[in-house]
Design a protein around this ligand. Structure first.
Ligand code: ZN
Length: 78
């Protein structure tokens, strides 16, 4: 299965989280991106402030991948 090239993230350029030769599952990678953002984003790190929109987007992306994976594990079709 060919992997489509990811579009470059617009504003939030992410440094490599792990060595390039390490293959993570999409779910792990999405969570890692989210966790990395939360650690390094000033707004998200401020407990008195609401998480920034990027945080919400990254979380929803992870959630969508996790739900799809759970459906596959449960044996659901599609
Ligand atoms: Zn943030």
């Amino acid at each position: 299965m060919d992997e489509p090239k990811d579009p470059q993230p617009a504003a939030d350029s992410r440094p490599p989280l792990v060595a390039a030769h390490t293959r993570l599952s999409p779910m792990q990678e999405a969570w890692g991106t989210y966790a990395h953002h939360r650690l390094h984003c000033h707004q998200c790190a401020d407990v008195d402030a609401d998480p920034c929109p990027t945080s919400g987007r990254l979380y929803r992306e992870w959630e969508a991948i996790a739900k799809a994976a759970a459906r596959r594990l449960a044996g659901g079709v599609g």
